[in-house]
Design a protein around this ligand. Sequence first.
Ligand code: ADP
Ligand code: MG
Length: 270
Amino acid sequence: MNVQNIHLVTDEAVAQAEEARTASPLAVRNLTVSYGQTPAIFSVDMTVRAGAMTAIVGPNGAGKSTLLKAALDVIKPLAGTVTVFGEPLAVMRDRIAYVPQRASVDWDFPTRVIDVVLMGMYRQLGLLGRVRGKHRAAAMDALDRVGMTDFATRQIGQLSGGQQQRVFLARALAQDADVYVLDEPFAGIDAATERAIIAVLKDLRDTGRTVVAVHHDLATVPNYFDDVVLLNTQVIAAGPVDDVFTEDNLQAAYGGRLTTARVDPESVAG
Ligand code: ADP
Ligand code: MG
């Protein structure tokens, strides 16, 4: 291959990457976030595939939550750009629903379940927030999808962890977004809730929505997700689970800490 050919291949690869980013429901480029001296995430590129379920996986403190927050403009990055279907996030906000890490939410705040779900609809409701029958019906429908209709008038602080997680998913469903971004949706919940949530997420994917979730259980990644981003401050590897979930990549992401993870990489690596 001569030099000219190499140039052609490179240009084509660049054009393809650009096209993938434009079509992507969520693409971040060169994203760097720092809370202090050292960056929590450094120069992260991530191009989420439309209609797929993508897991963000990495050890504690790897910057997974930081990546999601910066991608959704909850915190300001030092550098980087974020596009949603090729457009700036600012004009596409209502097409992304975000379910934060449950531990980061103040559950003592006195609010009923139905009101939490209605918060997901504030854009439809408008600034004056006049709730009409159709909004209430949509909120109840979202609660039905997560099996929580009987709890509509409960205070959220009175719910179990699994029930709280279902309610937060219902709030995202009520938003009727195209992209669902969840931070550790299965952390600290019961097995029945995990099954219920994964069923809802797969249903979203199967109806053309895109799902991105931080996930901590390596064992269930191949079963739950199509694509995976292995993160440890920087992106270690990204792509289809079968390609990315190799022992080498997992060792690179987890280092010596993999022995304390819940599974042996031999059992999950393809
Ligand atoms: P993960 O979600 O992968 O466990 P985080 O994104 O929460 O990781 O955190 C990445 C790093 O940034 C960690 O070292 C964490 O201690 C630090 N960090 C996260 N949030 C803050 C914050 N608000 N202020 C200072 N440091 C933070
Ligand atoms: Mg986190």
